[in-house]
Design a protein around this ligand. Structure first.
Ligand SMILES: Nc1ncnc2c1ncn2[C@@H]1O[C@H](COP(=O)(O)OP(=O)(O)OP(=O)(O)O)[C@@H](O)[C@H]1O
Length: 715
């Protein structure tokens, strides 16, 4: 039989290329996660080009050849192949027939489309791939394993629920027997005694049923909260341990969507896990009971049951496509909305509300149209199975009446059987819908899997440090953001002395911020090494190292907490006096006192209620509160006036810590002990202000350019 290309869903818009590559690799039995590809080739948020896909293919021992070809020329090429689609997307072409083409679209799934349509969607470029002998066969990790492991950590609650549910469901088995008994005995002989006994039996049945139901609900709530705790602890715990690059390649909205997916998964699985086991047990018991009561009628009902189940499964397979598409669209809409809310200042500034609302509405309409299609299929399915459930008792009475007349079954027996048949259908429908839900959970699990399986920033066992002397060395450090880009830093050699004030300057894009992030361990150098007090950065535990460094980067943000919390970053061990001291050094203390509640004033998200200069000084206070031995400031005082700048500078000089200051305004760094000038990722000049000026090189140009500008402004 022809092998099919396994569908691997893209998690984000820009992932279609690597998802296609992962599908083709999986087709050749080499299972690779999207995360692994990103990690290995350092792909960021942008999409991948055909050239990059060729390199990725070669990296996995696939002979890859990309070229321009007309649609008709595709016929003879080896498939599956990756095709450029609609000028903006990649899909895998699985089969080209005379009339139709089968593609596997990473954003949707398998699709068979008319040849004419495929021809119009194809953008003219194809990437053919064939495995080399060295291609490693690899089995993929099961995305369910994370959840199963968690669930099995709750054996107590699972067992209780199972027992209570079994007792509850066995009441279902009693009902048909009671029906038969009442019909056969009470209808003909309704003596007071029998009536009372049955009445008491019914009442006790009801009370027991209620008690067990309540107990089940209570156990379920216990299981759910235990699982919630474990799932969220594992997920969020892992999320915080992931490297900075992981967050650079995912949108905030998408990550929030994944966090919420945990709750959805837990809700479905904690309910379903037990019910699936019970439904199976019930199904077998009901079937056995029906067959022993009447083989003929029993076989008929079981046949109908199998029919309903098959229809449910087939329809689920159809709706599954819509379900995973809906999830992708939901996450896309939510990510877009989150982005708009984060960037509301720019939207207002540009007066772009209408356009963005229009874009959101388009995304939402797409999502709704998929939801609608799925709902229509589901309601068709529901109406079919409920129709059968409606007609089945009548059908049974109709066919069973002859058996009653022939005396092979009593009237009570037939009525009891009818009740049994109705009960038999319940677990069938429940298993069918469990299957539907489990499939949709699969799509959510894939998103969680991406986080849970990602490699943490550091494994355990690195040296935790509590203080630094402040000596830093960079030996031949080079860095590039992805395997496909050129070096952003090239052979940087730098030795920073304890207590030195080092300024890094250079044109925009010369690699200053990248260097700062390497020093903080946010990126790992591609070549060379960074040493703190003679110890390689790779040996140190990053979070402990970062606690010893006070850093303000261009991306650093304020949180919607009190001023005090913002300075001490929720670290309760830092007393208010130290917070005040840091605020004084950052020249923000007086401004804080003028706020309505002083240090207890809530700062609005990202400091919207503060001036640009106040925000920067508050962030500086945060960097200073731990009395760091190294201070790293990337454009941290760009919004300050010269007076505040001088005030802060003398406070920092008194601290006697190593200072690395990245600045565009050269006037702020002229008193630095040493200035290094960067250009295109290299250090091109080093020296003190007057020495660099005398060299009349790049620094001179930057400085005189700035001076002229200031002069123009002054005029
Ligand atoms: N996350 C990233 N992924 C890919 N490339 C990046 C990333 N961040 C920066 N770059 C690229 O690296 C180069 C250096 O950027 P960097 O931010 O280090 O420069 P910079 O000197 O700090 O610039 P500026 O003075 O404007 O802040 C630039 O070409 C930039 O496009």
């Amino acid at each position: 039989m022809r092998r099919r290309v396994p569908f691997i869903e893209q998690m984000e818009d820009a992932e279609c290329g690597i998802a296609c590559m992962a599908m083709v690799l999986a087709y050749y039995r080499c299972s690779v996660s999207l995360h692994e590809i990103r990690e290995r080739f350092g792909l960021s948020r942008g999409g991948s080009s055909l050239l990059q896909l060729i390199s990725i293919g070669s990296g996995y021992s696939m002979k890859s050849k990309g070229f321009k070809a007309d649609f008709d020329q595709l016929q003879g090429l080896p498939l599956p192949a990756i095709a450029h689609w609609e000028e903006k997307h990649f899909v895998v072409i699985e089969r080209i027939g005379k009339r139709s083409v089968t593609i596997v679209d990473p954003s949707f799934g398998r699709k068979r489309i008319p040849r004419k349509e495929a021809e119009s969607l194809y953008s003219g470029y194809i990437l053919c791939l064939a495995p080399e002998e060295s291609l490693e066969r690899r089995k993929g990790k099961n995305k369910w394993s994370f959840f199963v492991k968690l669930a099995l950590q709750q054996p107590k609650w699972l067992l209780y629920i199972l027992i209570v549910s079994l007792v509850l469901q066995s009441f279902g088995l009693v009902a048909p027997q009671l029906t038969a008994y009442i019909a056969d005995h009470l209808l003909l002989d309704s003596s007071q005694d029998k009536m009372s006994i049955i009445g008491v039996a019914l009442l006790s049945l009801f009370i027991f049923y209620e008690l067990f139901s309540m107990l089940r609900g209570w156990f379920l709530a216990k299981l759910q909260s235990a699982m919630d705790m474990l799932m969220m602890e594992t997920f969020i715990g892992k999320l915080f341990r992931l490297p900075y690059s992981f967050f650079e390649s995912r949108t905030g909205g998408e990550l929030l969507f994944r966090t919420n997916a945990n709750v959805y998964i837990r809700q479905i699985l904690s309910n379903r896990m037990v019910s699936i086991i019970i439904d199976f047990i019930l199904l077998v018991s009901y079937a056995a009971l029906m067959l022993t009561t009447s083989a003929a009628l029993g076989s008929m009902v079981i046949g109908v049951g199998v029919g309903i189940f098959t229809i449910l499964i087939v329809t689920t397979m159809i709706t599954q496509q819509f379900a995973s598409r809906e999830i992708t669209q939901q996450s896309r809409t939510q990510s877009f909305l989150a982005e708009c809310i984060y960037g509301i200042t720019d939207i207002k500034l540009l007066g772009a509300e209408k356009q963005l609302y229009g874009s959101w509405a388009r995304l939402f309409r797409d999502q709704l149209s998929t939801t609608q299609k799925r709902s229509i299929w589901i309601s068709l399915l529901d109406s079919f199975s409920s129709g059968i459930q409606f007609i089945l008792p009548l059908l049974l009475l109709w066919t069973g009446s002859r058996a009653v007349v022939q005396g092979t079954i009593t009237l009570g027996g037939l009525l009891g059987f009818n009740a049994l048949a109705a009960a038999f259908m319940i677990p069938i429908v429940s298993l069918g819908s469990a299957y539907t839900q489990l499939l949709s959970v699969g799509s959510y699990l894939q998103r969680i899997h991406d986080v849970v399986e990602a490699k943490a920033e550091q494994e355990e066992g690195h040296e935790e440090i509590t203080e630094l002397k402040g000596e830093i060395m960079m030996n031949n450090v080079s860095y590039r953001y992805s395997a496909f880009s050129s070096d952003v830093l090239q052979n940087v050699n730098l030795s920073i002395k304890r207590g030195e004030k080092l300024a890094i300057v250079g044109p925009s894009g010369s690699g200053k911020s990248t260097l700062a992030k390497l020093l903080l361990g946010l990126y790992r150098s591609t070549e060379g090494e960074i040493l703190y007090d003679g110890q390689s950065i790779g040996q140190l535990e990053f979070s402990s190292l970062r606690r010893c460094i006070g850093a303000v980067l261009q991306e650093t943000k304020l949180f919607q907490r009190t001023v005090e919390d913002n300075i001490r970053m929720l670290d309760e061990s830092i007393p208010l006096e130290r917070v005040v001291e840091a605020a004084k050094m950052a020249s923000i203390h007086d401004d804080i006192l003028k706020l309505p509640l002083g240090y207890a004033t809530i700062v609005s998200e990202n400091g919207a209620s503060l001036s640009g200069g106040q925000r920067q000084r508050l962030l500086l206070a945060r960097a200073l509160v731990n009395q760091p031995q190294v201070l790293l400031l990337d454009e941290a005082t760009s919004a300050l006036d010269n007076l505040s700048q001088t005030e802060i500078d003398s406070a920092l000089s008194a601290m006697n810590c190593t200072r690395i200051i990245i600045a565009h305004r050269l006037s702020t760094v002229i008193n630095a002990d040493r200035i290094i000038v960067m250009k295109e990722g290299r250090i091109v000049e080093t020296g003190m202000h007057h020495q660099l000026l005398a060299q009349k090189g790049l620094y001179y140009q930057l400085y005189t350019g700035e001076e002229n500008k200031e002069h123009e402004i002054a005029i």
